[in-house]
Design a protein around this ligand. Structure first.
Ligand SMILES: [Fe+2]
Length: 545
Protein backbone atom coordinates (compact mmCIF):
# COMPACT_ATOMS: atom_id res chain seq x y z
CA UNK A 1 0.00 0.00 0.00
CA UNK A 2 1.08 3.55 -0.64
CA UNK A 3 1.76 5.41 2.58
CA UNK A 4 1.35 9.12 1.82
CA UNK A 5 3.41 10.09 4.86
CA UNK A 6 6.39 8.30 3.27
CA UNK A 7 6.28 10.55 0.23
CA UNK A 8 8.76 13.29 -0.33
CA UNK A 9 7.81 16.38 -2.29
CA UNK A 10 10.24 15.16 -4.93
CA UNK A 11 12.07 16.95 -7.69
CA UNK A 12 9.18 18.38 -9.70
CA UNK A 13 10.01 20.62 -12.63
CA UNK A 14 9.34 23.87 -10.87
CA UNK A 15 11.64 26.76 -10.03
CA UNK A 16 11.87 25.39 -6.50
CA UNK A 17 12.77 21.84 -7.30
CA UNK A 18 14.15 21.42 -10.79
CA UNK A 19 17.77 21.71 -9.67
CA UNK A 20 17.41 18.52 -7.66
CA UNK A 21 17.49 16.38 -10.80
CA UNK A 22 21.16 16.58 -11.66
CA UNK A 23 21.00 14.45 -14.76
CA UNK A 24 18.48 13.90 -17.54
CA UNK A 25 18.21 10.25 -16.47
CA UNK A 26 17.32 11.12 -12.86
CA UNK A 27 13.70 10.94 -11.81
CA UNK A 28 11.91 14.22 -11.93
CA UNK A 29 8.29 14.95 -12.56
CA UNK A 30 5.84 17.65 -13.50
CA UNK A 31 3.56 18.77 -10.74
CA UNK A 32 2.29 21.54 -8.54
CA UNK A 33 4.84 23.97 -7.10
CA UNK A 34 2.86 24.16 -3.83
CA UNK A 35 3.97 27.80 -3.66
CA UNK A 36 1.63 30.77 -4.20
CA UNK A 37 4.49 32.81 -5.66
CA UNK A 38 4.89 30.46 -8.62
CA UNK A 39 2.54 31.24 -11.50
CA UNK A 40 0.93 27.98 -12.56
CA UNK A 41 -2.27 26.54 -13.96
CA UNK A 42 -3.26 22.90 -14.12
CA UNK A 43 -6.47 21.15 -14.99
CA UNK A 44 -8.18 17.89 -15.87
CA UNK A 45 -11.57 16.61 -16.90
CA UNK A 46 -13.33 13.84 -14.99
CA UNK A 47 -13.43 11.59 -18.07
CA UNK A 48 -11.48 11.15 -21.28
CA UNK A 49 -14.49 11.29 -23.61
CA UNK A 50 -17.91 12.90 -23.84
CA UNK A 51 -20.94 12.72 -26.10
CA UNK A 52 -22.89 15.71 -27.39
CA UNK A 53 -25.21 17.07 -24.70
CA UNK A 54 -22.89 15.94 -21.91
CA UNK A 55 -21.21 18.39 -19.56
CA UNK A 56 -17.44 18.66 -19.35
CA UNK A 57 -16.45 19.60 -15.82
CA UNK A 58 -13.02 21.22 -15.74
CA UNK A 59 -11.13 20.91 -12.49
CA UNK A 60 -8.56 23.70 -12.44
CA UNK A 61 -6.02 24.91 -9.93
CA UNK A 62 -4.12 28.14 -10.55
CA UNK A 63 -2.16 30.72 -8.62
CA UNK A 64 -3.40 33.45 -10.98
CA UNK A 65 -6.31 35.67 -10.00
CA UNK A 66 -8.01 35.07 -13.33
CA UNK A 67 -7.56 32.59 -16.13
CA UNK A 68 -8.91 31.91 -19.59
CA UNK A 69 -9.61 28.89 -21.69
CA UNK A 70 -9.86 27.97 -25.34
CA UNK A 71 -11.27 24.74 -26.69
CA UNK A 72 -10.37 23.75 -30.23
CA UNK A 73 -10.82 20.69 -32.43
CA UNK A 74 -7.37 19.20 -32.98
CA UNK A 75 -7.92 17.65 -36.42
CA UNK A 76 -6.19 18.10 -39.78
CA UNK A 77 -6.42 21.80 -38.85
CA UNK A 78 -6.79 23.24 -35.37
CA UNK A 79 -10.21 24.96 -35.16
CA UNK A 80 -11.12 26.96 -32.02
CA UNK A 81 -14.75 26.45 -30.98
CA UNK A 82 -15.05 27.99 -27.52
CA UNK A 83 -13.36 30.73 -25.51
CA UNK A 84 -13.91 31.98 -21.99
CA UNK A 85 -12.03 34.87 -20.35
CA UNK A 86 -11.63 36.32 -16.88
CA UNK A 87 -12.55 33.17 -15.03
CA UNK A 88 -11.89 33.49 -11.29
CA UNK A 89 -8.72 31.65 -10.28
CA UNK A 90 -8.41 29.41 -7.25
CA UNK A 91 -5.37 27.62 -5.93
CA UNK A 92 -6.66 24.20 -4.90
CA UNK A 93 -4.89 21.90 -2.47
CA UNK A 94 -3.21 18.93 -4.12
CA UNK A 95 -2.74 15.84 -1.94
CA UNK A 96 0.78 14.37 -1.94
CA UNK A 97 -0.69 11.06 -3.12
CA UNK A 98 -2.60 12.65 -6.03
CA UNK A 99 -0.97 10.30 -8.56
CA UNK A 100 -2.56 7.40 -6.71
CA UNK A 101 -5.81 8.79 -5.33
CA UNK A 102 -6.47 11.79 -7.56
CA UNK A 103 -6.36 15.52 -6.98
CA UNK A 104 -9.93 15.80 -5.74
CA UNK A 105 -10.21 19.37 -6.99
CA UNK A 106 -13.55 21.09 -7.25
CA UNK A 107 -15.00 21.83 -10.66
CA UNK A 108 -13.96 25.34 -11.67
CA UNK A 109 -15.79 25.71 -14.97
CA UNK A 110 -18.03 23.53 -17.09
CA UNK A 111 -19.47 23.55 -20.59
CA UNK A 112 -21.91 21.40 -22.50
CA UNK A 113 -20.80 19.74 -25.75
CA UNK A 114 -23.08 21.09 -28.46
CA UNK A 115 -24.34 18.85 -31.27
CA UNK A 116 -22.57 20.89 -33.91
CA UNK A 117 -19.05 20.20 -32.69
CA UNK A 118 -17.68 17.59 -35.07
CA UNK A 119 -16.62 14.27 -33.54
CA UNK A 120 -12.91 14.04 -32.81
CA UNK A 121 -10.26 15.12 -30.34
CA UNK A 122 -10.43 18.52 -28.65
CA UNK A 123 -7.59 20.42 -27.06
CA UNK A 124 -8.32 22.64 -24.08
CA UNK A 125 -5.76 25.40 -23.50
CA UNK A 126 -5.77 26.84 -19.98
CA UNK A 127 -3.98 30.20 -19.67
CA UNK A 128 -2.96 32.03 -16.54
CA UNK A 129 -1.70 35.61 -16.89
CA UNK A 130 -0.11 37.84 -14.32
CA UNK A 131 0.55 41.56 -14.23
CA UNK A 132 4.29 41.09 -14.70
CA UNK A 133 3.57 39.66 -18.20
CA UNK A 134 4.24 36.11 -17.10
CA UNK A 135 2.00 33.60 -18.88
CA UNK A 136 1.58 29.96 -18.08
CA UNK A 137 -0.33 27.43 -20.17
CA UNK A 138 -1.54 23.93 -19.56
CA UNK A 139 -3.31 21.58 -21.96
CA UNK A 140 -6.00 18.96 -21.63
CA UNK A 141 -7.23 16.65 -24.39
CA UNK A 142 -10.67 15.04 -24.54
CA UNK A 143 -12.56 13.08 -27.16
CA UNK A 144 -15.92 14.19 -28.47
CA UNK A 145 -17.61 10.89 -29.27
CA UNK A 146 -19.73 10.46 -32.36
CA UNK A 147 -23.49 10.11 -32.10
CA UNK A 148 -24.64 6.49 -31.61
CA UNK A 149 -26.34 6.09 -34.99
CA UNK A 150 -24.47 5.35 -38.21
CA UNK A 151 -20.96 4.46 -36.99
CA UNK A 152 -18.05 5.47 -39.22
CA UNK A 153 -16.23 2.63 -41.03
CA UNK A 154 -13.08 3.21 -39.02
CA UNK A 155 -12.47 3.81 -35.33
CA UNK A 156 -9.19 5.01 -33.82
CA UNK A 157 -8.78 3.74 -30.26
CA UNK A 158 -6.48 6.01 -28.24
CA UNK A 159 -4.06 4.17 -25.95
CA UNK A 160 -5.22 5.90 -22.77
CA UNK A 161 -4.02 2.95 -20.66
CA UNK A 162 -0.47 3.71 -21.75
CA UNK A 163 -0.95 7.49 -21.52
CA UNK A 164 -1.99 7.00 -17.91
CA UNK A 165 0.89 4.63 -17.12
CA UNK A 166 3.44 7.17 -18.36
CA UNK A 167 1.74 10.22 -16.85
CA UNK A 168 4.13 11.48 -14.16
CA UNK A 169 2.02 14.47 -13.08
CA UNK A 170 2.10 14.85 -9.31
CA UNK A 171 4.97 12.43 -8.80
CA UNK A 172 4.26 8.84 -9.76
CA UNK A 173 3.89 6.88 -12.97
CA UNK A 174 4.16 3.18 -13.73
CA UNK A 175 7.93 3.76 -14.04
CA UNK A 176 9.10 6.08 -11.30
CA UNK A 177 7.58 7.81 -8.34
CA UNK A 178 7.86 9.38 -4.92
CA UNK A 179 7.16 6.49 -2.57
CA UNK A 180 9.22 3.67 -1.12
CA UNK A 181 12.42 3.76 0.96
CA UNK A 182 14.28 5.89 -1.58
CA UNK A 183 11.21 7.97 -2.55
CA UNK A 184 11.53 6.85 -6.16
CA UNK A 185 9.41 3.69 -6.49
CA UNK A 186 6.90 3.38 -9.34
CA UNK A 187 3.24 3.31 -8.38
CA UNK A 188 1.21 0.17 -9.16
CA UNK A 189 -1.96 2.22 -8.68
CA UNK A 190 -2.54 5.35 -10.74
CA UNK A 191 -5.44 7.77 -10.78
CA UNK A 192 -6.71 9.49 -13.90
CA UNK A 193 -8.18 12.28 -11.77
CA UNK A 194 -5.18 14.54 -12.31
CA UNK A 195 -3.69 16.68 -15.07
CA UNK A 196 -1.73 15.20 -17.95
CA UNK A 197 1.97 15.82 -17.70
CA UNK A 198 3.59 18.51 -19.85
CA UNK A 199 3.87 17.41 -23.47
CA UNK A 200 1.16 14.73 -23.57
CA UNK A 201 -1.52 16.95 -25.14
CA UNK A 202 0.44 19.56 -27.10
CA UNK A 203 4.05 19.73 -28.26
CA UNK A 204 5.99 22.29 -30.26
CA UNK A 205 6.54 21.18 -33.84
CA UNK A 206 9.97 19.60 -34.04
CA UNK A 207 10.13 18.36 -30.45
CA UNK A 208 12.49 15.36 -30.62
CA UNK A 209 10.95 11.92 -30.88
CA UNK A 210 12.03 9.03 -28.70
CA UNK A 211 13.68 7.39 -31.69
CA UNK A 212 16.83 9.30 -32.61
CA UNK A 213 16.78 11.04 -35.98
CA UNK A 214 19.86 9.20 -37.23
CA UNK A 215 21.89 6.15 -36.21
CA UNK A 216 24.35 6.87 -33.41
CA UNK A 217 27.91 7.85 -34.23
CA UNK A 218 30.03 4.78 -33.44
CA UNK A 219 32.75 6.87 -31.80
CA UNK A 220 30.46 9.20 -29.90
CA UNK A 221 28.86 9.32 -26.50
CA UNK A 222 25.38 7.83 -26.19
CA UNK A 223 22.65 10.47 -26.43
CA UNK A 224 18.96 10.56 -25.54
CA UNK A 225 17.93 13.75 -27.36
CA UNK A 226 14.28 13.68 -26.30
CA UNK A 227 15.18 13.48 -22.61
CA UNK A 228 17.78 16.21 -23.04
CA UNK A 229 15.13 18.40 -24.69
CA UNK A 230 12.55 17.61 -21.98
CA UNK A 231 14.98 18.47 -19.21
CA UNK A 232 16.02 21.70 -20.93
CA UNK A 233 12.50 22.93 -21.67
CA UNK A 234 10.65 21.68 -18.59
CA UNK A 235 8.65 18.94 -20.28
CA UNK A 236 7.94 15.54 -18.84
CA UNK A 237 10.79 13.05 -19.10
CA UNK A 238 8.13 10.75 -20.57
CA UNK A 239 6.63 13.20 -23.08
CA UNK A 240 7.84 11.23 -26.10
CA UNK A 241 6.71 7.87 -24.72
CA UNK A 242 2.96 8.32 -24.71
CA UNK A 243 0.13 10.76 -25.18
CA UNK A 244 -2.00 12.35 -27.85
CA UNK A 245 0.64 14.83 -29.00
CA UNK A 246 3.34 12.26 -29.79
CA UNK A 247 1.28 9.49 -31.35
CA UNK A 248 -2.47 9.41 -32.00
CA UNK A 249 -2.58 13.05 -33.08
CA UNK A 250 -0.22 12.40 -35.98
CA UNK A 251 -2.33 9.55 -37.29
CA UNK A 252 -5.61 11.42 -36.80
CA UNK A 253 -4.37 14.50 -38.66
CA UNK A 254 -2.95 12.41 -41.49
CA UNK A 255 -6.07 10.23 -41.82
CA UNK A 256 -8.41 13.23 -41.77
CA UNK A 257 -6.36 15.02 -44.43
CA UNK A 258 -6.46 11.82 -46.51
CA UNK A 259 -10.27 11.87 -46.35
CA UNK A 260 -10.85 8.80 -44.16
CA UNK A 261 -14.16 8.75 -42.31
CA UNK A 262 -13.36 7.74 -38.76
CA UNK A 263 -14.28 8.21 -35.14
CA UNK A 264 -11.99 8.53 -32.18
CA UNK A 265 -12.56 6.68 -28.91
CA UNK A 266 -10.35 5.74 -25.99
CA UNK A 267 -9.31 2.42 -24.49
CA UNK A 268 -11.32 3.48 -21.44
CA UNK A 269 -14.44 3.63 -23.65
CA UNK A 270 -13.59 0.14 -24.92
CA UNK A 271 -13.48 -1.07 -21.31
CA UNK A 272 -16.80 0.52 -20.37
CA UNK A 273 -18.72 -0.28 -23.58
CA UNK A 274 -18.47 -3.98 -24.49
CA UNK A 275 -19.98 -3.50 -27.97
CA UNK A 276 -18.10 -0.36 -28.86
CA UNK A 277 -16.31 -1.89 -31.87
CA UNK A 278 -19.38 -3.57 -33.35
CA UNK A 279 -20.68 -1.60 -36.29
CA UNK A 280 -17.23 -0.42 -37.34
CA UNK A 281 -15.37 -2.25 -40.07
CA UNK A 282 -11.86 -1.41 -38.99
CA UNK A 283 -10.33 -0.68 -35.58
CA UNK A 284 -7.04 1.22 -35.60
CA UNK A 285 -4.38 1.38 -32.88
CA UNK A 286 -1.32 3.58 -33.22
CA UNK A 287 1.76 4.57 -31.26
CA UNK A 288 2.61 3.04 -27.93
CA UNK A 289 -0.09 0.73 -26.55
CA UNK A 290 1.67 -1.16 -23.81
CA UNK A 291 -1.09 -1.45 -21.18
CA UNK A 292 -4.39 -3.28 -21.73
CA UNK A 293 -7.08 -4.85 -19.56
CA UNK A 294 -8.35 -8.36 -20.19
CA UNK A 295 -11.73 -6.92 -21.24
CA UNK A 296 -10.15 -4.61 -23.82
CA UNK A 297 -8.26 -7.56 -25.33
CA UNK A 298 -11.37 -9.75 -25.35
CA UNK A 299 -13.32 -7.08 -27.19
CA UNK A 300 -10.69 -6.71 -29.88
CA UNK A 301 -10.43 -10.50 -30.28
CA UNK A 302 -14.21 -10.93 -30.48
CA UNK A 303 -14.41 -8.11 -33.03
CA UNK A 304 -11.80 -9.83 -35.21
CA UNK A 305 -13.36 -13.29 -34.88
CA UNK A 306 -16.70 -11.81 -35.96
CA UNK A 307 -15.25 -10.35 -39.14
CA UNK A 308 -13.81 -7.07 -37.94
CA UNK A 309 -10.53 -5.80 -39.30
CA UNK A 310 -7.75 -4.63 -37.01
CA UNK A 311 -5.02 -2.29 -38.23
CA UNK A 312 -2.37 -1.82 -35.60
CA UNK A 313 0.55 0.51 -36.22
CA UNK A 314 1.80 0.34 -32.66
CA UNK A 315 4.24 -1.37 -30.37
CA UNK A 316 4.98 -2.78 -26.92
CA UNK A 317 1.97 -5.00 -26.14
CA UNK A 318 3.11 -6.19 -22.73
CA UNK A 319 1.19 -5.65 -19.49
CA UNK A 320 -2.23 -6.66 -18.23
CA UNK A 321 -3.89 -3.94 -16.19
CA UNK A 322 -7.12 -3.64 -14.23
CA UNK A 323 -9.35 -0.59 -14.18
CA UNK A 324 -11.05 -0.07 -10.85
CA UNK A 325 -13.08 2.61 -9.10
CA UNK A 326 -15.36 3.35 -12.09
CA UNK A 327 -12.32 3.22 -14.40
CA UNK A 328 -10.73 6.14 -12.54
CA UNK A 329 -7.88 3.96 -11.25
CA UNK A 330 -5.48 1.81 -13.24
CA UNK A 331 -3.71 -1.02 -11.47
CA UNK A 332 -0.52 -2.61 -12.78
CA UNK A 333 1.99 -4.23 -10.43
CA UNK A 334 4.26 -5.15 -13.34
CA UNK A 335 7.56 -6.60 -12.11
CA UNK A 336 6.20 -6.97 -8.58
CA UNK A 337 2.88 -8.62 -9.55
CA UNK A 338 3.63 -12.06 -8.12
CA UNK A 339 4.65 -10.61 -4.75
CA UNK A 340 2.32 -7.64 -4.45
CA UNK A 341 -0.82 -7.98 -6.58
CA UNK A 342 -3.64 -8.98 -4.17
CA UNK A 343 -5.04 -11.34 -6.83
CA UNK A 344 -2.01 -13.65 -6.51
CA UNK A 345 -3.15 -16.90 -4.94
CA UNK A 346 -6.82 -16.17 -5.58
CA UNK A 347 -9.09 -17.78 -8.19
CA UNK A 348 -8.57 -14.61 -10.25
CA UNK A 349 -4.86 -15.15 -10.80
CA UNK A 350 -5.32 -14.98 -14.56
CA UNK A 351 -6.12 -11.30 -14.05
CA UNK A 352 -2.79 -10.68 -12.32
CA UNK A 353 -1.31 -7.40 -13.50
CA UNK A 354 1.94 -8.78 -14.88
CA UNK A 355 3.17 -9.57 -18.37
CA UNK A 356 0.64 -11.33 -20.61
CA UNK A 357 3.06 -14.06 -21.60
CA UNK A 358 4.24 -14.89 -18.07
CA UNK A 359 2.67 -17.21 -15.50
CA UNK A 360 0.15 -17.14 -13.95
CA UNK A 361 -1.50 -15.00 -16.68
CA UNK A 362 -0.27 -17.23 -19.51
CA UNK A 363 -2.27 -15.48 -22.18
CA UNK A 364 0.19 -14.99 -25.04
CA UNK A 365 0.11 -11.45 -26.33
CA UNK A 366 0.44 -12.78 -29.87
CA UNK A 367 -3.12 -14.16 -29.71
CA UNK A 368 -4.55 -10.67 -30.18
CA UNK A 369 -2.28 -8.91 -32.65
CA UNK A 370 0.03 -11.70 -33.91
CA UNK A 371 3.05 -10.16 -32.17
CA UNK A 372 4.02 -9.58 -28.56
CA UNK A 373 6.07 -7.23 -26.43
CA UNK A 374 8.35 -9.76 -24.77
CA UNK A 375 9.63 -10.87 -28.19
CA UNK A 376 10.37 -7.30 -29.15
CA UNK A 377 11.38 -4.15 -27.32
CA UNK A 378 14.06 -1.49 -27.86
CA UNK A 379 15.43 -0.20 -31.15
CA UNK A 380 16.94 3.21 -31.81
CA UNK A 381 16.96 4.19 -28.13
CA UNK A 382 20.46 5.00 -26.87
CA UNK A 383 22.74 2.04 -27.51
CA UNK A 384 19.79 -0.33 -28.04
CA UNK A 385 20.25 -1.06 -31.74
CA UNK A 386 21.55 2.50 -31.86
CA UNK A 387 23.22 1.88 -35.19
CA UNK A 388 20.19 0.17 -36.77
CA UNK A 389 18.75 1.42 -40.05
CA UNK A 390 15.57 2.85 -38.50
CA UNK A 391 13.47 0.72 -40.85
CA UNK A 392 12.14 -2.82 -41.34
CA UNK A 393 13.79 -5.31 -43.73
CA UNK A 394 11.22 -6.52 -46.25
CA UNK A 395 10.86 -10.31 -46.67
CA UNK A 396 7.55 -10.68 -48.51
CA UNK A 397 7.43 -7.84 -51.04
CA UNK A 398 4.52 -9.46 -52.91
CA UNK A 399 2.12 -9.12 -50.00
CA UNK A 400 -0.96 -7.05 -50.94
CA UNK A 401 -0.20 -4.49 -48.23
CA UNK A 402 2.98 -3.52 -50.11
CA UNK A 403 1.28 -3.08 -53.51
CA UNK A 404 2.63 0.00 -55.25
CA UNK A 405 5.26 0.68 -52.58
CA UNK A 406 8.13 -0.42 -54.87
CA UNK A 407 9.76 -2.53 -52.19
CA UNK A 408 11.79 -5.62 -53.07
CA UNK A 409 13.13 -8.49 -51.00
CA UNK A 410 15.71 -7.16 -48.55
CA UNK A 411 14.78 -3.50 -49.02
CA UNK A 412 14.46 -1.19 -46.03
CA UNK A 413 10.97 0.10 -45.26
CA UNK A 414 10.82 3.41 -43.40
CA UNK A 415 14.56 3.82 -42.75
CA UNK A 416 14.64 7.43 -43.96
CA UNK A 417 11.58 8.39 -41.89
CA UNK A 418 12.82 6.37 -38.88
CA UNK A 419 9.76 4.24 -38.14
CA UNK A 420 11.44 1.27 -36.45
CA UNK A 421 11.50 1.82 -32.67
CA UNK A 422 11.70 3.03 -30.04
CA UNK A 423 9.81 -0.02 -28.76
CA UNK A 424 8.71 -2.78 -31.09
CA UNK A 425 6.71 -6.01 -30.91
CA UNK A 426 8.15 -9.20 -32.34
CA UNK A 427 7.48 -12.82 -33.06
CA UNK A 428 9.47 -15.99 -32.45
CA UNK A 429 10.51 -17.03 -35.96
CA UNK A 430 12.76 -19.32 -37.90
CA UNK A 431 14.19 -18.88 -41.38
CA UNK A 432 13.65 -21.31 -44.24
CA UNK A 433 15.05 -20.55 -47.66
CA UNK A 434 15.42 -16.87 -46.81
CA UNK A 435 11.88 -16.43 -45.49
CA UNK A 436 10.80 -16.01 -41.85
CA UNK A 437 8.06 -18.24 -40.38
CA UNK A 438 6.59 -18.13 -36.85
CA UNK A 439 7.72 -21.06 -34.68
CA UNK A 440 4.57 -20.82 -32.56
CA UNK A 441 6.65 -21.13 -29.36
CA UNK A 442 5.39 -17.73 -28.22
CA UNK A 443 1.77 -18.52 -29.04
CA UNK A 444 1.85 -16.94 -32.49
CA UNK A 445 -0.53 -18.72 -34.86
CA UNK A 446 1.10 -20.61 -37.73
CA UNK A 447 -1.07 -18.69 -40.19
CA UNK A 448 0.61 -15.38 -39.31
CA UNK A 449 2.56 -14.11 -42.33
CA UNK A 450 5.73 -12.19 -41.53
CA UNK A 451 6.07 -9.41 -44.10
CA UNK A 452 9.02 -7.49 -42.67
CA UNK A 453 11.35 -7.65 -39.67
CA UNK A 454 13.91 -5.64 -37.79
CA UNK A 455 16.17 -6.40 -34.87
CA UNK A 456 15.60 -5.22 -31.32
CA UNK A 457 17.26 -5.80 -27.98
CA UNK A 458 16.57 -5.90 -24.27
CA UNK A 459 20.18 -5.15 -23.40
CA UNK A 460 21.78 -1.82 -24.15
CA UNK A 461 25.23 -2.20 -25.68
CA UNK A 462 27.98 -0.93 -23.37
CA UNK A 463 31.05 0.22 -25.27
CA UNK A 464 32.75 1.41 -22.06
CA UNK A 465 32.82 4.96 -23.37
CA UNK A 466 34.21 7.30 -20.70
CA UNK A 467 31.57 9.62 -19.23
CA UNK A 468 28.65 7.68 -20.66
CA UNK A 469 25.59 6.71 -18.60
CA UNK A 470 23.28 4.11 -20.11
CA UNK A 471 19.51 4.41 -19.68
CA UNK A 472 18.21 0.92 -20.40
CA UNK A 473 21.07 -1.26 -19.22
CA UNK A 474 20.01 -4.85 -18.43
CA UNK A 475 16.98 -4.42 -16.11
CA UNK A 476 14.36 -5.43 -18.71
CA UNK A 477 16.32 -8.51 -19.77
CA UNK A 478 16.68 -9.54 -16.13
CA UNK A 479 12.91 -9.34 -15.63
CA UNK A 480 12.32 -11.36 -18.77
CA UNK A 481 14.88 -13.98 -17.70
CA UNK A 482 13.25 -14.38 -14.28
CA UNK A 483 9.71 -14.43 -15.64
CA UNK A 484 10.16 -16.65 -18.65
CA UNK A 485 12.96 -18.92 -17.41
CA UNK A 486 12.41 -18.86 -13.64
CA UNK A 487 15.99 -17.91 -12.75
CA UNK A 488 18.53 -15.25 -13.50
CA UNK A 489 21.72 -16.77 -14.85
CA UNK A 490 24.16 -15.72 -17.54
CA UNK A 491 22.43 -18.20 -19.84
CA UNK A 492 18.84 -17.05 -19.19
CA UNK A 493 19.94 -13.41 -19.42
CA UNK A 494 21.49 -14.09 -22.80
CA UNK A 495 18.34 -15.91 -23.95
CA UNK A 496 16.29 -12.90 -22.90
CA UNK A 497 18.41 -10.27 -24.55
CA UNK A 498 17.40 -10.52 -28.21
CA UNK A 499 14.17 -9.39 -29.80
CA UNK A 500 12.69 -8.19 -33.05
CA UNK A 501 9.95 -6.06 -34.47
CA UNK A 502 7.61 -7.46 -37.10
CA UNK A 503 5.10 -6.39 -39.71
CA UNK A 504 2.58 -9.20 -39.95
CA UNK A 505 -0.71 -10.07 -41.61
CA UNK A 506 -3.12 -12.63 -40.17
CA UNK A 507 -6.50 -13.97 -41.26
CA UNK A 508 -8.09 -14.48 -37.88
CA UNK A 509 -11.54 -16.00 -37.56
CA UNK A 510 -13.76 -14.13 -39.98
CA UNK A 511 -11.61 -11.06 -39.73
CA UNK A 512 -8.11 -9.83 -40.51
CA UNK A 513 -5.22 -8.34 -38.60
CA UNK A 514 -2.44 -6.18 -40.02
CA UNK A 515 0.14 -5.23 -37.45
CA UNK A 516 3.23 -3.11 -37.90
CA UNK A 517 4.60 -3.67 -34.40
CA UNK A 518 6.40 -0.39 -33.85
CA UNK A 519 5.65 2.77 -31.87
CA UNK A 520 7.09 5.06 -34.51
CA UNK A 521 5.01 4.15 -37.60
CA UNK A 522 3.32 7.55 -37.36
CA UNK A 523 6.71 9.22 -38.01
CA UNK A 524 6.49 7.81 -41.54
CA UNK A 525 3.15 9.61 -41.99
CA UNK A 526 4.21 12.99 -40.60
CA UNK A 527 7.50 12.86 -42.51
CA UNK A 528 5.59 11.95 -45.68
CA UNK A 529 7.46 8.72 -46.37
CA UNK A 530 5.59 7.66 -49.52
CA UNK A 531 6.16 3.94 -48.92
CA UNK A 532 4.80 4.10 -45.37
CA UNK A 533 1.84 6.16 -46.59
CA UNK A 534 1.08 3.73 -49.43
CA UNK A 535 1.10 0.72 -47.09
CA UNK A 536 -1.09 2.57 -44.58
CA UNK A 537 -3.59 3.42 -47.34
CA UNK A 538 -3.51 -0.15 -48.71
CA UNK A 539 -4.41 -1.51 -45.26
CA UNK A 540 -7.06 1.07 -44.38
CA UNK A 541 -8.70 0.99 -47.82
CA UNK A 542 -9.03 -2.80 -47.75
CA UNK A 543 -10.10 -2.94 -44.11
CA UNK A 544 -12.70 -0.16 -44.38
CA UNK A 545 -14.29 -1.56 -47.54
FE1 LIG B 1 6.78 0.95 -23.30
Amino acid sequence: MIQPEQESAGPAITPRTRARARHILDHYFVGPARDERVLEIWGYTGRYSYRPGETVGLQVSTTAETWSLEVGRDGADYVPVLRAENLPGRHQDTPLDCSVNGCGWDISHSFVIPDDWAAGAYLITLRADRADDAVEEHHVIFVRRAAHADPAPMVLVCATGTWLAYNCWGGSSAYEGITGPDCNAFSPVLSNQRPWTRGFCKLPQGAPRALTERPTDPGGMVRYPYMEWAYAYGYSKKYASAGWASYERHFARWAEAEGYNFEIVTQHDLELEPDLLAGHRCAVFVGHDEYWTAAMRERVERFTENGGRVARFAGNFLWQTRLENNAQTQVCYKYTAKEADPLMGSDQEHLLTGAWDAPPVNRPGAQTFGVNGLKGVYAGLGNCVGQGSGGFTVYRPDHWSLDGARLGYGDQLGATSRIFGYEVDGVDFTFDDGLPYPTGRDGTAGSVEIIALGMATNVEADFAHWGETLYIGTADAEFKALTMHGELTAETLDKSSRGNGAVIYWEKGNGEVFCAGTCEWVAGLTRRDSQVEIITRNVLDRFCR
